[in-house]
Design a protein around this ligand. Structure first.
Ligand code: ATR
Length: 280
């Protein structure tokens, strides 16, 4: 039987998930499909009501539906309850369940991109406290990180993360960003700064230890200005594309029954879609 999955969002034309899941379907010889479906916010309840009937094993959920999907489908695990968002929906025994794979995708990307890396006991400096930050904070705390210093332009959002995730989260003013880098074992940009079409991230890196690992959740461009500056001064870097690839693993397994591998070939395929001039 052909198994079907899809990604929903509004707009959805930019999503690279069909490239990822299409690659795995072919690689594992699975008879299945994965398509993009544009769904307007007001159409979301009807979309979910009809999903199983239309033969779908589930879907990925992207902007702006992640919170609404969380409220609509069952919550599959405790980590997802704490996040309040889902990015992956799957059918079991005629019902829809939702989970979030962003946190594990983030950790898996760091481990794959920097073998031997481990969150345990680490001090992490996070720039930004928007929607994407929550899953990372949850995953890093669960993986044993010691301190998460979070600098955000709107400090109240970093304080909200402290309320939700506890005292390991330490809110900081955005103006303190350059100063607190001296504590970092790991530096993460979760702001939209540095993304193609957005202003650059100009935080000075002078205080950052050369031993700190640097990553960015922005993957357009593949190597943000932050990553280039960090690399130029000798820091190890992990580009953001890895998180996109690794967060897709569990969804594919839930829908198609095979845990897929994030290969170099897949990385290159998606990297070339983002930047046709990409060379490994
Ligand atoms: P969300 O994911 O909640 O929708 P967003 O608008 O995508 O948030 O922004 C993501 C992050 O980038 C936020 O931390 C945002 O800071 P605020 O919480 O203060 O909005 C950050 N960000 C966006 N533009 C920024 C800028 N010019 N300077 C500093 N941080 C910025």
């Amino acid at each position: 039987m052909t198994r079907k999955a899809c990604v929903i969002g509004w707009p959805i034309s930019h999503s690279r998930s069909p490239i990822i899941h299409g690659y795995w379907l072919k690689r594992y010889g699975i008879e299945g499909s994965y398509e993009r479906i544009p769904v307007k916010p007001e159409e979301l309840p009807a979309f979910f009501s009809g999903l199983i009937g239309q033969g779908f094993a589930g879907c990925n959920v992207t902007l702006p539906h992640k919170e609404a999907a969380f409220r609509t489908v069952g919550t599959a695990d405790a980590a997802t309850s704490r996040l309040g968002v889902v990015n992956t929906v799957f059918a079991r025994d005629g019902e829809l369940w939702g989970t979030s794979t962003d946190g594990e995708g983030f950790l898996a990307s760091l481990t794959a991109g920097h073998p031997g890396w481990c969150a345990k006991g680490q001090t992490v400096v996070i720039l930004g406290a928007g929607g994407a930050t929550r899953a990372l904070v949850g995953a890093l705390i669960d993986a044993g990180a010691a301190r998460l210093l979070i600098a955000n332009r709107t400090r109240a959002k970093a304080e909200e993360l402290q309320r939700d995730f506890g005292a390991k989260v330490e809110p900081r003013d955005w103006t303190e960003a350059a100063e607190i880098l001296r504590h970092a074992n790991l530096l993460i940009n979760t702001t939209s700064l540095g993304m193609t079409g957005q202003p650059p991230l100009t935080v000075d890196l002078d205080n950052l230890p050369k031993t700190a690992l640097v990553t960015d959740i922005v993957y357009t461009p593949l190597e943000t200005d932050l990553l280039q500056r960090a690399k130029a001064r000798g820091n190890a870097i992990v580009p953001g594309l890895g998180m996109l690839l690794h967060q897709a693993v569990r969804g594919f397994d839930l829908w198609f029954g095979t845990r897929p591998e994030v290969t170099e070939e897949l990385y290159d395929l998606v990297a070339r879609d983002i930047d046709p001039g990409y060379r490994r």
